[in-house]
Write a protein that binds this ligand. Sequence first.
Ligand code: RIB
Length: 304
Amino acid sequence: MKLLPAGRVVVIGSVNTDRILRCPVLPAPGETVLATDAARGFGGKGANQAVASARMGAATHLVAAIGRDAEGEAALADLRGAQVETGAVHAHPDAPTGQAIVMVDPGGENSIVVLPGANARLTPDQVTAALARLHLLPVDVVLTSNEVPAECVRAAAAALPAAGPRGGTRWLHNTAPAAELPGPGPTGRRPLLVANAVEARQLTGAATAVEAAHALARQGEGAVVTLGGDGALVVSDGALTRLPAPAVRVVDTTGAGDVFCGALAARLARGADLPAAAATAVAAGAFAVTALGARGALPRPEDL
Ligand code: RIB
């Protein structure tokens, strides 16, 4: 049997510092609630995905923007410590590092507000240059999401090499936060779409998660819809696979979707097929909810 080399995971996404507030209930509009305690953590969907991917053993690169400030420096040091390659993380002179206020209730449910800061200053040219330097190979996986400008996602799509007869660099797009779906790049490549059930229904108008998964899959190269404690749905080549999640004690669901995406990308870069990679990602997402903070519990392969 001929073994394929492992691919790299290239994440194009956000870097934030998270201010985490534990609340007895999540505030409704117009309501004030008193938090019971507070913590700081590293966050940002892109950075969380990159660290999760590296932790799962993939050579991982992050293309992102931070501020030229203490928060940016700390975030960068943390990424490097997590073995994420940060050569394409740009320090912006005029914008602060992104920030998020994350409120978590006793059931682990969250509400998040993000101030994008430098994330909004990432440019398509920076994305194009970073991907050109990496010389993408068919075994590599590019992962995009919506906390950076949509033009950066389009620049990533445009940089994907045309697929050969045995496929090409895989493109995963995480639809978080929900925003218009990216169209195909100039070489015709479309993303594998990864959405949670709320985003999937918002984006497709479908009444159920199953219908939404099929509708999303028709707009991409397949779709994965995460269902929290109920696992995930995978639609690949028109066929639906249901993946159950292990039962775990939920402390905080923040970042579980990011860990799911990072693990999914890492397994695909190792050559796993989509249902197998998604099954590992479900287990990784379940592991992630067992501690406070987006990076409180990041699994290694042996933890799963
Ligand atoms: O998905 C969780 C992440 O969303 C947090 O880390 C926060 O920074 C926001 O980007």
